[in-house]
Unconditional design. Structure first.
Length: 123
């Protein structure tokens, strides 16, 4: 066996006994080489793998959950149109208390616009 093979961590093979003989230095060098290659592979894989955006993942998960809920409603109501009616009624009940607040916000914006025009003389 050449010195290069021994340095690379290749053990001696005794043809007479069929045994593989290693000395402590060769064994330790082989272990270090394997450990180094393993860690280099882990670093390379970590660098290669790109993680997605957590916000995008949350959006996709939310859309998938909503889709699942719509399919469940369609199955429980017997059709997608009746499931849609259930969703429309639920959203209507939620939106009713918000309509006056939206009207007040719109009026406040109009008043602010008028005040700004008066202050600048553009009106």
């Amino acid at each position: 066996m050449s010195g290069q093979e021994r340095a690379a961590g290749v053990p001696d093979h005794d043809d007479r006994t069929g045994r593989i003989e290693t000395d402590a230095a060769t064994s330790e060098a082989a272990k270090r080489a394997w450990r180094h290659a393993y860690e280099r592979g882990r670093r390379d894989e970590r660098a290669r793998r790109r993680r997605g955006s957590p916000l995008l993942g949350l959006v996709v998960l939310t859309i998938a959950a909503m889709g699942g809920a719509f399919v469940y409603l369609a199955a429980s109501q017997g059709s997608f149109s009746r499931g849609g009616e259930v969703v429309d009624r639920a959203l209507g009940h939620v939106a009713d208390p918000l309509k006056p607040a939206a009207d007040r916000a719109g009026d406040a914006l109009e008043n602010a616009g008028r005040s700004l025009k008066k202050a600048t003389g553009a009106g």
